[in-house]
Design a protein around this ligand. Structure first.
Ligand code: HH2
Length: 292
């Protein structure tokens, strides 16, 4: 069903060696800090600035490479948050963790939030709408930081109503490559553009599984690939409808399958568990002569 495609001029066909200053010779963990009251898994746990900062420090101690700070839930059915409120939620958290030397990504769809976050010390933009919002592409290009482009069909409020694709793997890949091309045309270097299939964003369980089985169609583009599956609901649909806190093993299992397909960046809620599983899995592969 999938074919290897060229990502376009200027995109190396070999596996990318780094992203945002991180070498990709080993797994890189992007820890989720949701400064929100309503995120699907950890909503409310990092809503207060001091809780979010404390959480960030714990994640760093556990081995996180990037802290992904967001101030708006994008779970299915979520209500949009006013821009000023989103900025008020994320900026103090970013300021406090950036002065401690953390590499921070801002998880936002809004140009104003991206600008405020990068001014506060964030060094990566992570956008679930792949910089398609008003002014977002221009803001990212002006700010000159690496970007993560995620695929989403529809809008968070309604995206799970009736997701539909002909060939989900090809459509997600081609949609992301079109956004990557728009970024390059706006002046963002190919090496600074990572792609993310957007598991759970306008996708059924079957769509998610098809994408997870064919992540190599994204890694073959030459762009770094980010995967955010942590605690997502497809795990519950496969295993007894367990709540988010009981989906860690399913998240880790998915990360291992993704590693085998060339994914090196993982957006996770459970840093220590992913670090250990990926390290042991990598050590076994290396002992068998098939390290990364
Ligand atoms: N998933 C979520 C949010 N941001 N960013 C990327 N790049 N990839 C993802 O898969 C992704 C993302 C949703 O998860 P979470 O932040 O835990 O929940 P909520 O949107 O409810 O805050």
């Amino acid at each position: 069903m999938t074919t290897t495609v060229s990502a376009g001029e200027g995109v190396p066909s070999a596996a990318p060696s780094s992203f945002a200053g991180l070498t990709l010779d080993r797994p890189r963990l992007m820890a989720v800090i949701n400064a929100t009251p309503d995120s699907f898994s950890d909503g409310g746990e990092a809503f207060a600035v001091e809780d979010a900062v404390r959480r960030g420090r714990v994640f760093l101690a556990e081995g996180a490479d990037i802290l992904d700070v967001g101030g708006e839930s994008t779970r299915p059915g979520a209500e949009p948050v006013p821009v000023a409120e989103e900025i008020r939620r994320v900026v103090p958290v970013i300021e406090a963790l950036a002065v401690e030397g953390a590499l921070i990504s801002i998880d936002s769809r809004r140009a104003e939030v991206m600008r405020a976050a990068v001014n506060a010390g964030a060094r990566i933009i992570n956008d679930v709408s792949a910089l398609s919002g008003a002014g977002a592409l221009e803001a990212a290009a002006d700010l000159g930081v690496p970007v993560i482009l995620m695929h989403m069909q529809g809008e968070p409020g309604t995206m799970q109503d009736n997701p539909s694709y002909g060939d989900v793997v090809a459509e997600v890949r081609d949609g992301l490559l079109a956004r990557a091309q728009a970024c390059r045309e706006a002046g963002i270097a190919a090496k600074d553009i990572a792609l993310d299939p957007g598991i759970g964003f306008g996708k059924t369980v079957a769509h998610n599984l098809a994408l997870l089985a064919h992540l190599d169609s994204l890694t073959a583009t030459g762009h770094p690939v980010v995967l955010g599956v942590s605690r997502k609901s497809y795990i519950a649909r496969i295993d007894r409808d367990v709540p988010p806190g009981e989906r860690v093993a399913g998240s880790v299992a998915t990360a291992l399958a993704a590693w085998d397909q060339g994914v090196r960046l993982f957006r996770v809620h459970d840093v220590a568990e992913h670090r250990q599983a990926l390290a042991v899995y990598g050590a076994i592969a290396e002992a068998g002569g098939k390290g990364s």
